[in-house]
Write a protein that binds this ligand. Sequence first.
Ligand code: GDP
Ligand code: IMO
Ligand code: MG
Length: 431
Amino acid sequence: MANVVVVGAQWGDEGKGKIVDWLSERADVIARFQGGHNAGHTLVIDGQVYKLNALPSGVVRGGKLSVIGNGVVLDPWHLVGEIAKIREQGVEISAETLMIAENTPLILPFHGELDRAREEAAATGTKIGTTGRGIGPCYEDKVGRRAIRVADLADRATLEARVDRALTHHNALRAGLGLEPVDRDGLIAQLEEIAPEILQYAAPVWKVLTEKRKAGKRILFEGAQGSLLDIDFGTYPFVTSSNVIAGQAATGVGIGPGSVDYVLGIVKAYTTRVGAGPFPTELEDETGERLGTRGREFGTVTGRKRRCGWFDAALVRQTCAISGINGIALTKLDVLDGFETLKICVGYELDGERLDYLPTASDQQARCTPIYEEMPGWSESTEGARSWADLPANAIKYVRHIEELIDCPVALLSTSPERDDTILVTDPFAD
Ligand code: GDP
Ligand code: IMO
Ligand code: MG
């Protein structure tokens, strides 16, 4: 297989960063195709921790091309800061190893302000719990045809015209929210200052990737967030503002859908969610606390405590179908060590009927109660296991049962944050 797409199959934070880093040894190009610096991807390599938001998770391996595709929304100031931080950790980044699509929309300071002002103004129960980083407002501008894109930074007259167009909209909106109008000239000056830092990486990504593909290079597409945060298929409106499912990989870089050979879904062995919205298997009790403590479930971007609950096989079966997932990487199995009994949600009861998927209507979602199966846990440690032989029998049974319930095989298993604490079952890149 030449090209592999990695997507989160739950509500994000499934361990995509670790798996993308691990897989990137086998790839030539690692490309982000949606989302922005709302993502927080953590890599641990020989004890050293790398935290990435906008940069692809293949960046710490030398000799790979990292790509930020047009499907991403990019905060140029954040990116420059992130590059500086990651360079301090000894990672080399240059125009040879990082490429940004010229048609990538830019997140500007007023996007973050709008994001936060709206969240503050929202009534209790309607707050989304965004990361406050301007992701939604920037995607709105893209679709509203008033975004400022990377290529616009190269020409003063274009930049001014684009800023004026955006501000006509935003200043009216800001007045309604009680915010000061944006300082137009100040913003243009800020953009002109950052422009060379970004333009050095700008390229026609669609063309470069087409050439790479023709030359037989392997592309690894790195998704951010998770399928249940997808703008169309997630728990709307408690979602992010982009398509995060595998179909977006092609659109988000400009390569044909036939270029995708394998879709790997990243799945946590239980469930977490950060931010508001429905979560049928959420545990607001000691067991939930225990999962959160053992799994160190705090958001990388906002530091918020992640909500925790049992594994929801009905939801993962649904997201496997929507993304056409060929195999999953099951992560954080070690967090379940020591539980006497494990529960798995296999469907929902809604108004006396049994459903094998989560319905779309919010009121129905709220009335769904999970139907659980119970399995015996294991007392042995799986932390750091690197082969099937190291896993206790009940852990293997748990993994095998998940495969059956979600109708998808396990390709990789992860047993600690460390890069090499990973068990390979089927190589997504194998022919
Ligand atoms: P991402 O957003 O999908 O890349 O995931 P995050 O990096 O936000 O969150 C996953 C967290 O779990 C990170 O702190 C990882 O270091 C950690 N992690 C990844 N895989 C494993 C695993 O198999 N076991 C344990 N205990 N931690 C893991
Ligand atoms: P990674 O890539 C988990 C959530 C936010 C909020 C909702 C909308 O690390 O898995 P946004 O700022 O995108 O408008 O927020 O989406 N969210 C994430 N949750 N992991 C992420 O990324 C997330 N990115 C956004 O918490 O509920
Ligand atoms: Mg994360």
